[in-house]
Design a protein around this ligand. Structure first.
Ligand code: XBP
Ligand code: MG
Length: 254
């Protein structure tokens, strides 16, 4: 029976609920600064999340949601410039402490570190967004707790492609039979399972109706002793919030 040795965490939606009140707001600030009359409301943004990657999401919006938008430059360059400003506004929000970690995430990360489990990050978001989120919530030293921060354009294909999880495993020299992934969305789940990883899912308002066939377990959150999770799919045995012991038990039997 394989033994759990490493954890690979997604970021957006998993470590923190960053989308509706974080990334989306930063996109709208960048649009306003550029003089565009674009406003991504919460429902529209949920549709746009079908495409991972902020630059790709902007191009998806222009190509699939706008009828008569024209610019006198290459759309890829335009999207990249706009995305740089969006990232500027998003980093400001992180620095201001506007985006907290989800319930139980800090406790689990600290517990995993103390128990000797190796940890990495596998995310589509921009690398700086990860380092700023970790620093602003766990402190600068937390950047050392993750052996790799696999993020953004480091791989040719973003989620749902498995590339980012495969990259993180290569960098850490770990294999799927000793590693558990944490995800929140259908795109992320396709990526982690496509890389052969057992996956624990914690959904959020945007992903609660997504399908996670074969997930080790689907929860509403990691939870805490005084804030138990709800099991949406799978079996938590007697555990009521995610602990390292629960992860070992889940990994061994999933
Ligand atoms: C979620 C994404 C990212 C963010 C926005 O990443 O798809 O694109 O929505 O970040 P994950 P950027 O769930 O894999 O963490 O604008 O920097 O792409
Ligand atoms: Mg995610």
């Amino acid at each position: 029976m394989s033994k759990l040795k490493a954890l690979l965490f997604d970021v957006d939606g998993t470590l923190a609920n960053t989308e509706a009140n974080g990334h989306r707001v930063a996109f709208n600030k960048a649009f306003s600064e550029a003089g565009l009359d674009w406003e991504w409301g919460i429902p529209l943004y949920g549709q746009l999340l079908a495409v991972t990657g902020g630059k790709e999401r902007i191009k998806y919006y222009v190509n699939d949601f706008l009828d008569d938008f024209t610019i006198d430059q290459d759309l890829t360059d335009f999207a990249a410039q706009l995305h740089q400003r969006k990232t500027h506004f998003y980093l400001q929000m992180l620095q201001q402490g506007d985006i907290p970690l989800r319930p139980g995430v800090e406790r689990l990360i600290r517990e995993a570190r103390e128990s000797g489990l190796r940890m990495g990050i596998a995310t589509t978001t921009t690398p700086a967004n990860v380092t700023y989120l970790l620093s602003s919530t766990l402190g600068e030293e937390s950047l050392e707790w993750f052996e790799v921060i696999a993020a953004g354009d480091i791989v040719p294909a973003k989620k749902p492609a498995p590339d980012i999880f495969e990259y993180a495993m290569r960098e850490m020299a770990i294999t799927p039979d000793e590693t558990l992934a944490f995800e929140d969305s259908a795109n992320g789940f396709k990526s982690s399972t496509g890389a052969g990883l057992k996956t624990l899912v914690t959904v959020n308002s945007y992903t609660q109706d997504d399908d996670f066939p074969g997930a080790s377990i689907v929860l509403d959150k990691m939870g805490d002793a005084d804030d138990p999770f709800t099991v949406l799919s799978g079996n938590a045995n007697s555990y009521t919030y995610v602990t390292v012991d629960m992860l070992r038990d889940l990994f061994a039997r999933s």
